[in-house]
Design a protein. Structure first.
Length: 273
């Protein structure tokens, strides 16, 4: 899979670019922000306050969870999973995600060549089951046409993206070949969606949850997932300047289990779906 980012020294860069494979308490829009990580070096300030716990019905099964607050000042996002996979941010500005009851949550808005990069780690190899999850909002305007918006990508293994047609897509490389699930639902701009890919060893599903509804599309996909690519995890803009992901991201999570539809509805702040 080709991701629109930069791979350096085993790093997976999350960015905006067309991608393709080459052969708990509910997570609601008022999610707890990550602890401040100000300091001189990559890990400076990370011990000043603990990162927030991963959210969801099985937070202990999270392999990565990134949220965004004042850590953006130093272009670092702390990992709440306890694995220490803190993300290096490049050209990411602060944004705001609207939340219930008039509250807000800090979010990340990639700019040109923006990237969220997490070092490669064996814990990101998930051969049997996984969930990739993120809040995302895209905006209308120049720069969107013909662009695939990368949300979460582990090159050669798994990917969640929002395509130029504004339809969420999940992709996985397994021992049986590359499988892709694409929703027929076109997402409206200027609205936050909880997007997720789930894989349970037999099915690959792409989910969209928002205030007004839920859409789920699944395809058969026998495993195991290909693992071992020496690449990090990437999110953000995909593609060379002046291509820009005209949108925002928040609450990027990777779980080692396939969350069910009911759990994803709860994560989206919906009691049922």
């Amino acid at each position: 899979m080709r991701a629109g980012g930069v791979t350096t020294g085993g790093l997976l860069v999350l960015g905006l670019q067309a991608c393709s494979f080459q052969p708990a308490p509910p997570l609601s829009p008022d999610a707890t922000p990550v602890a401040d990580a100000r300091g001189a070096g990559p890990d400076a300030g990370l011990d000043a306050a603990p990162p927030p716990a991963c959210l969801g019905p099985q937070p202990q099964r999270a392999r990565l969870c990134l949220q965004f607050d004042d850590a953006l000042d130093d272009q670092i996002a702390t990992d709440g999973s306890g694995r220490g996979l803190h993300a290096a941010l490049t050209n990411i500005r602060r944004a705001t995600r609207d939340a219930p009851a008039g509250t807000t949550s800090p979010a990340a808005a990639p700019e040109a060549s923006g990237a969220i990069v997490v070092d490669d780690d064996p814990g990101l190899d998930l051969p049997d089951a996984f969930t990739l999850l993120a809040w995302a909002k895209h905006r209308t305007g120049p720069g969107n046409a013909g662009v695939a918006f990368g949300l979460i990508s582990k090159p050669g293994q798994y990917e969640l993206r929002l395509g130029y047609n504004n339809r969420p897509t999940c992709q996985v490389a397994t021992s049986a070949g590359v499988k892709v699930a694409i929703q027929n639902q076109t997402l409206a701009p200027d609205q936050w969606y909880l997007l997720a890919c789930t894989y349970d060893g037999a099915q690959l599903c792409v989910h969209s949850n928002w205030a007004g509804g839920t859409v789920e599309t699944c395809v058969a996909a026998t495993g195991p997932v290909v693992t071992g690519s020496p690449l990090a995890l990437l999110a953000g803009t995909l593609g060379p300047p002046p291509t820009v992901f005209a949108g925002e991201l928040d609450a990027i999570h990777v779980f080692e289990v396939a969350l069910e539809r009911a759990a994803l509805c709860q994560l989206a702040g919906r009691p049922s779906c």
